[in-house]
Design a protein around this ligand. Structure first.
Ligand code: NAD
Ligand code: UDX
Length: 434
């Protein structure tokens, strides 16, 4: 089975390497030549645990290839996946489909023999049909079907998520396309991963509805965290008690600084726009987005309060910049809202992150300083703000932290620590909803 993956980003590279692991012959194509050159040299352009080994193994096995050119690989392909970005469009909040449509148009003239063209990018309902129309317009004689195969992997655990998915969704219109996709995913039969076959529109909407639902769970518990602060309840215990109900489930009920990342923020906005286009409103998702924005603002107020009412001239050590641990992705990270607000009010912000600092430099105010080590960030700090729960921040040596700092303010925005432990070490502890 010959597979082409258009887009060698977080999704394209992981999916491509995993399909190669399944035994397919995969070529990842990207329009950034430097990205392809790096991959050919064996350098992985993103940080994703385990990806370097997976790529190296499949390159060595002759199953995984990289190319800047579409023509050759597309001509040989049985399946072509479009895994390019669909960022929020400036101005109206909708998903920007220009990269998807450009990929569809670019590949059309190189098709040979029957090919299945698969949207893996997260795309609004109707995109697969538009891809179909564009390919047909560019190449009237091509033999092809379009399918939708949304991706549910999470960054930081992407390979495990891809190789052991809760389900695979296949939106198809022909038995031939379905058979080819089922063949590609056949190794998952061994672990009895469910495959849900739907029409194109349902597959496209499943992805948005799933992401919006998960984002809603997070905003819900973040709203409850405020109620906990007002009433003296502990949000960790409330979430635990809620999650023990099988109908609710314990996952995605961790209160924190608000969700970020390359998916939830943009996909919730896009869902709202899809509803509007159909003359509907998506009030629950609108509230989810609003609560998320206010949660980030609430974190700034929380830090200010912990510092005694003003962050001016205070040195704040921020541990963690990426939107979640085990990734270098800074897209829509809560740090991008929280740090500028602190710096704006005159705080001296010194940040540390195991993987995200290079990316963060171009996105955060110039006044933010970056520390090579966690200890350096903590030196003479008035406050420590734990913003992303990287493992190395979970087991801090509190005595040493206290020695490095000049103040004793400990703001735990991920509820990683127990209050008693932190207070016993001489800190004033602030968390979220506890
Ligand atoms: P990304 O920005 O990391 O990667 C996209 C890649 O596509 C880039 O390297 C870009 O150069 C390349 N590209 C764009 N146009 C191209 C073209 N015409 N030809 C060849 N290459 C082209 O994006 P991502 O995070 O991998 O996301 C891709 C899609 O997958 C999005 O729709 C996203 O919503 C969805 N998704 C992402 C995740 C995630 O965790 N990142 C999870 C599930 C779904
Ligand atoms: C998400 C979806 O989970 C995944 O299925 C989809 O394919 C892409 O988008 P990702 O953005 O990589 O994955 O990470 P995820 O683990 O979902 O976290 C997203 C954000 O929500 C992070 O900022 C995280 O810190 C936050 N979050 C998550 C919480 O605040 N509380 C939780 O309980 C879970």
């Amino acid at each position: 089975m010959n597979v082409v993956m258009i887009g060698a980003g977080y999704v394209g590279l992981v999916s491509g390497a995993c399909f190669a692991e399944f035994g397919a012959r995969v070529t990842c194509v990207d329009k950034q030549p430097e990205r392809i050159d790096a991959l050919k040299r064996g350098e992985i352009p993103i940080y994703e645990p385990g990806l370097d080994d997976l790529v190296a193994r499949n390159v060595a096995g002759g199953r995984l290839h990289f190319s800047s050119e579409l023509a050759g690989p597309v001509a040989e392909a049985d399946l072509i996946f479009i895994a390019v970005g669909t960022p929020t469009r400036r101005g109206d909040g909708h998903a920007d489909l220009k990269y998807v449509y450009a990929a569809a148009t670019e590949l059309a003239n190189h098709l040979q023999g029957y090919t299945v063209i698969v949207d893996k990018s997260t795309v609004p309902v109707g995109t697969a049909r538009e891809v179909q129309r564009l390919v047909r317009k560019a190449n009237a004689d091509a033999a092809f079907d379009v399918a939708s195969n949304p991706e549910f992997l999470r960054e930081g655990s992407a390979i495990g998520d891809f190789l052991r998915p809760d389900r695979v969704v296949l939106g198809v219109e022909s038995a031939r396309a379905e058979a080819r996709l089922r063949e590609l995913y056949r190794p998952l039969n061994l672990i009895e991963a469910p495959i849900l076959v739907t029409d194109l529109e349902s597959a496209e909407l499943i992805k948005y509805a799933a992401n919006a639902f998960l984002a809603t769970k997070i905003s819900f518990i973040n709203e409850v965290s405020q109620l906990c602060e007002a009433t003296g309840a502990d949000v960790n215990l409330v979430a635990k008690g809620m999650g023990m109900d099988g109908r609710i489930g314990s996952k995605f009920l961790h209160a924190g600084p608000g969700y970020g990342g390359s998916c939830f923020p943009k996909d919730t906005l896009a869902l709202i726009r899809i509803a509007q286009e159909h003359g509907l409103s998506s009030r629950i998702v609108e509230a989810t987005v609003e609560v998320n924005a206010s949660q980030k603002a609430r974190m700034v107020a929380k830090i200010r309060q912990a510092l005694g009412g003003s962050e001016a001239d205070k040195r704040i050590a921020v541990l963690g910049l990426t939107f979640k641990p085990e990734t270098d992705d800074m897209r829509d990270a809560p740090s991008l809202a929280i740090l500028p607000a602190l710096a704006d009010k005159g705080a001296e912000v010194v940040a540390h992150d195991p993987e995200g600092m290079e990316e963060a430099r171009g996105l955060l105010p110039d006044t933010v300083r970056y520390a090579a080590t966690m200890e350096e960030a903590l030196e003479d700090a008035d406050a420590l703000v734990l913003l992303t729960e990287w493992n190395q921040y979970r087991g801090l040596d509190l005595t040493r932290v206290r020695e490095h700092m000049r103040g004793n303010v400990f703001v735990d925005l991920r509820n990683v620590y127990e209050r008693a432990l932190i207070e016993a070490a001489g800190f004033a502890y602030t968390a979220v909803g506890r």
